[in-house]
Design a protein. Structure first.
Length: 183
């Protein structure tokens, strides 16, 4: 990759947008997500020696603040996850693969269709690479519940990306995610 292309990918605007996206995928609250991302992005240094460390630290700050903002909803979702039964869930066939034209918004839409606790578990452990034990600490849950949530989340994400209308796990209420804006 050329230096110019790398500089574009590492621009402050892209960094702030990525932080916003992470906060929004965790909270589903645009206003809170903007505040969290701007606060974390404003702490970005500019000294190339510390750039990588500051970006990683900014992501940790975003995760921490986003989870704090939704602590009660996260606990409610964790209870639903605990009660959910997974034995009847069908996965897409082994031959299924992600279509090459799948866009980032399509993936985000599929993630946002997942109940909060499993979505947070997937975002932290799969997308952010946080170890399961650390994810459990961040989500204030035990490791077994986080593993169950990741399994539920990955199955729902895969079904969403495969275009399957899969009913939620038993114990999950159907939730209208995107309501039309009030006029």
């Amino acid at each position: 990759m050329s230096h110019t292309a790398q500089a574009h990918l590492d621009s402050p605007e892209k960094g702030a947008a990525d932080l916003y996206r992470l906060a929004f995928l965790l909270t589903e609250r645009p206003e809170i997500s903007i505040d969290i991302a701007v606060d974390a992005a404003s702490q970005d240094g500019g000294d190339s020696f510390f750039d990588g460390w500051m970006r990683a630290w900014s992501r940790r700050i975003v995760i921490s603040k986003a989870l704090a903002a939704i602590r009660q909803q996260l606990a409610d979702s964790a209870r639903r996850t605990q009660q959910a039964r997974m034995s009847r869930w069908a996965l897409p066939p082994r031959s299924w693969s992600l279509p090459p034209d799948t866009s980032k918004p399509h993936i985000e839409e599929a993630l946002l269709a997942i109940d909060l606790f499993p979505r947070a578990a997937v975002l932290l452990s799969v997308y952010e690479g946080v170890p399961v034990a650390d994810t459990a600490t961040l989500l204030d849950a035990d490791v077994a519940l986080v593993k169950k949530a990741v399994a539920i989340g990955v199955r729902e994400l895969t079904a969403g990306l495969a275009g399957k209308k899969q009913r939620p796990a038993l114990g999950f209420a159907s939730v209208l995610r995107f309501a039309p804006a009030a006029n």
